[in-house]
Design a protein around this ligand. Structure first.
Ligand code: ZN
Length: 145
């Protein structure tokens, strides 16, 4: 498990539209995608900064993880996502080394990525997301022809 880069930083916000306007002004670049991730009960908005992204997250339910986070800690940085070649392989590698995971197998996140969250208790209070393209790190079928 060796991350290639920080894929994105996730920021929990109360109001996505207002926050998109704030970050468009701050970054001088338009939001390029808004997507609902039902699995996480959140609506997300993405900005590109070079190879890294900023992901704004607004809860779609008062019971969602983003709503609970804001209730406890207020708006702010929610997670850091590391790009890896293969989430499943990285997860089993980390769990073997005693790192606690929230997700024991990859699930689908925004932008069609395979994602999994590690437990903040194992990462100094920071929620860490691992992500990879689902077509990477596996044996691709039909290549080389
Ligand atoms: Zn994320």
């Amino acid at each position: 498990m060796r991350p290639n880069r920080i894929e994105h930083v996730g920021i929990a916000v109360k109001n996505l539209e207002a926050s998109v306007a704030t970050y468009e002004a701050l970054l001088g670049t338009p939001c390029y995608a808004v997507e609902e991730v039902t699995d996480q009960m959140a609506r997300t908005a993405f900005f590109r900064i070079g190879e890294t992204k900023i992901e704004l997250l607004e809860s779609t339910s008062p019971d969602g993880p983003i709503a609970k986070f804001i209730e406890k800690r207020g708006e702010g940085i929610h997670h850091i996502a590391l790009a890896v070649d293969d989430v499943a392989a990285s997860l089993s590698d980390l769990e073997r080394r005693g790192v606690r995971a929230v997700d024991h197998r990859p699930r689908q996140g925004a932008e069609g990525l395979d994602i999994a969250f590690l437990h903040p208790r194992s990462t100094n209070g920071v929620l860490v997301e691992l992500c990879s393209r689902p077509d990477r790190g596996k044996n691709p079928i039909g290549t080389g022809g």
